[in-house]
Design a protein around this ligand. Structure first.
Ligand SMILES: NC(=O)C1=CN([C@@H]2O[C@H](COP(=O)(O)OP(=O)(O)OC[C@H]3O[C@@H](n4cnc5c(N)ncnc54)[C@H](OP(=O)(O)O)[C@@H]3O)[C@@H](O)[C@H]2O)C=CC1
Ligand SMILES: CCCCCC(C)=O
Length: 628
């Protein structure tokens, strides 16, 4: 089992990369495109971005920036896609985790592995090479605005329509609609942006709306409208009061949507996903866009509407939203029907250990900050600082969430994953607190949550044999490990089954361990089982393709039995500064060990006579590769 896998380097996946990087958790991120940014990379060569050329974010800069990294001060209130993409690039480079992202690599299959963990298969788009790696946990951040949902079922006669039918996912620029009679279907943010844009060049633009809603301006009183969303207002003020205040403000500033020919909102304010636009109402007021009800049927070049009216139309843009889909997960793992997903606090799959989802929500707020907060909770779980409750408790939370949604929102495929910005942040803080409490309780009972195996890889400019000779010589372990003072073989035997004693020290505390070798293959693997506490340590060497070695050290406590877990926890609690603290020290110790082995191996390689080196190798030192 290896590290953590993050699928997708859009702004949700990047939030996870940053948080895991900061928390010292090793991960690999796979991104189908050549660049980060997902939807915010216009023309993304992953072929999945829905962004159009004029796309500007519809939540303000202040609300939308990551907590860990502000947007540049000279950015406007509502940056466009190019600025957001640049900001995401800067974010990656500022924190320095670009190397952990495999670009142009599409994840094709993710399946539960026998014995725990996940097998992740990916395909490198240029070479076609398929690779399967095993991970302890998978964070799915593949986005949910890339798989277009056409009207279901198709409208009667749609197959007879003589004009063009396009989904907004494929819309880029308005030029092709110049001089045409355009019908935009839907009343979400895509429909609103696209109708405004085509209306500037078309002969006529019609907006076909099946469910009426409110339109929120981008500015109120000269400030970004979402400046008004504060923790106080959204968490303390009753929703009815929030509603009353906002309705009054909207009435005063822009009037009623019905004054612009739009249908009466189907739901109360805040009970449907908001359409945010500074330009839609004026375009309606200017007569640039004509509102129509839903389509009833098509007939050749004519579109008939449900109010009995009809129009000759040249082009239809279905702005009918997106499907939540995970093409790499088998239906037995997760197959959302009608965008319905069941995740504990919108993150953890109660049925599958180690499967987490990031950014899989529809926020009344900004994705970035919420994805960051989700990632911190996931990092707690990965590090054993928090634990999940029993499955039944998770399922109960999911039921409660769905009941609340059903009460508040209009039933629709677009309202299956709604969250409110500050209340959801508070909910995640609560989940972290509760998770920490559960972890502590388990610890008190002597049952520390089982931490997933830790693996760290370093690239070493020395042959696998040189590296193996160093790490398998247990008498030198004290030279590498911060905690181990020395090890001594018991008896003459070397190889699988050979035993040795470890002498460890932390401050004034000393202890001894018994160990048995489990893997012994020169140039490939060395692993041993610390029988005293059930922990397994391993070193794996792989050629790095340039004459050097990728050395992976692995620490695995998943094989500990209950007694061993109890003893480890109470020993750590009494003697080693606490279980969590000591576990963290062990994790850091792996990095130190690898750095020291690397330095020794490279020195040895440089000093060895050329003829003694194992084949021709590039001797240039290279940096640590995946050490987080
Ligand atoms: N500038 C920005 O930041 C932008 C952000 N976005 C975001 O992207 C996401 C997707 O937005 P969008 O693409 O607008 O999709 P949405 O799912 O938000 O909206 C879909 C719209 O299509 C309507 N619809 C769906 N199916 C049918 C049908 N069969 N017949 C008639 N009407 C139908 C829905 O009506 P009903 O309500 O009745 O289901 C709804 O009005 C949202 O989160 C949005 O906020 C989108 C564009 C720009
Ligand atoms: C549909 C295009 C807009 C994409 C923006 C988001 C929120 O993903």
């Amino acid at each position: 089992m290896e590290n953590v896998c993050i699928i997708g380097a859009g702004w949700s996946g990047l939030a996870s990369c940053q948080v895991l990087h900061e928390r010292g958790i090793a991960f690999d991120c796979y991104e189908a495109g050549s660049e980060v940014g997902g939807n915010w990379r216009y023309g993304n060569d992953n072929g999945m971005s829905s962004g159009y050329r004029s796309l500007h974010i519809n939540t303000s800069r202040k609300l939308s920036e990551y907590r860990a990294y502000p947007m540049p001060a000279d950015y406007p209130d509502y940056p466009d896609h190019a600025r957001i993409a640049r900001y995401l690039d800067d974010y990656v480079d500022h924190f320095g985790f670009r190397d952990a992202i495999s670009f142009r690599t599409l994840v094709t299959h993710v399946e539960p592995a026998e014995g725990g963990g996940w097998d992740v298969t990916s395909r490198q788009r240029d070479t076609g090479e398929e690779t399967t790696r095993r991970y302890g946990s998978v964070l799915v951040a593949n986005g949910h605005h890339w798989d277009p949902r056409d009207p279901e079922p198709a409208f009667p006669g749609a197959d007879t329509f003589t004009g063009t039918q396009t989904h907004s996912h494929h819309y880029r620029t308005p030029e092709e609609y110049a001089g045409k009679r355009v019908l935009v279907l839907g009343f979400g943010n895509s429909a609103s942006d696209i109708a405004v844009e085509t209306s500037a060049v078309s002969e006529r633009t019609f907006l076909s709306v099946r469910s009426g809603g409110y339109v929120f301006p981008k500015y109120m009183f000269g400030k970004p409208g979402d400046d008004m969303i504060s923790p106080f207002i959204t968490r303390v003020m009753p929703r009815e009061t929030q509603r009353w205040v906002m309705a009054a403000l909207l009435r005063m500033s822009i009037g009623k949507v019905t004054d612009f020919g739009l249908p009466k909102p189907t739901a109360k304010l805040f009970n449907s996903h908001p359409t945010v636009s500074e330009t839609l109402l004026p375009r309606l007021g200017h007569g640039g866009i004509t509102v129509k009800p839903n389509i009833e049927r098509f007939d050749g070049g004519t579109v008939h509407f449900t109010d009995g009216s009809s129009e000759e139309i040249d082009a239809v843009v279905y702005s009918t939203g997106y499907k939540v889909s995970f093409p790499f997960l088998d239906a037995s793992v997760m197959a959302p029907t009608d965008n319905d997903v069941s995740l504990f606090h919108r993150v953890a799959d109660p049925h599958h250990d180690g499967l987490y989802f990031v950014g899989l929500f529809q926020p009344l707020g900004a994705t970035t900050v919420l994805a960051e907060a989700q990632s911190h909770w996931i990092a707690d779980l990965l590090q054993g600082r928090a634990a999940l409750p029993p499955k039944e408790a998770m399922l109960r939370e999911i039921t409660r969430y769905k009941e609340k949604l059903a009460k508040r929102y209009v039933t629709s495929k677009r309202h299956t994953m709604q969250v409110d910005h500050y209340p959801y942040l508070a909910e995640l803080r609560g989940a972290r607190r509760e998770g920490a409490r559960l972890a502590r309780r388990a610890l008190r009972k002597g049952l520390a949550p089982v931490a997933p195996p830790e693996e760290v890889t370093v690239r070493i400019a020395a042959s696998p044999e040189t590296v193996w000779d160093l790490v398998s010589d247990v008498t030198r372990m004290g030279d590498w490990s911060p905690e181990c003072r020395r090890c001594a073989w018991r008896g003459e035997e070397r190889g699988v089954g050979a035993r040795f004693t470890g002498h460890n020290r932390r401050g004034r505390v000393r202890w001894v361990t018994s160990n048995t070798v489990e893997e012994w293959e020169r140039g490939r693997a060395f692993a041993f089982h610390t029988t005293t506490n059930g922990v397994r340590w391993g070193y794996r060497m792989e050629p790095d393709g340039a004459g050097g070695t990728l050395l992976t050290e692995r620490w695995d406590v998943t094989g500990q039995n209950t007694g061993q877990r109890k003893r480890t926890a109470s020993f750590a609690k009494m003697m080693l500064g606490g279980y969590e603290n000591h576990t963290e020290e062990l994790r850091q110790g792996i990095h130190t060990t690898l750095e020291r082995v690397k330095a020794a191996a490279e020195l040895q390689e440089r000093q060895a006579p050329v003829e003694l080196r194992q084949g021709a190798r590039a001797a240039a030192p290279v940096d640590v590769e995946t050490a987080a």
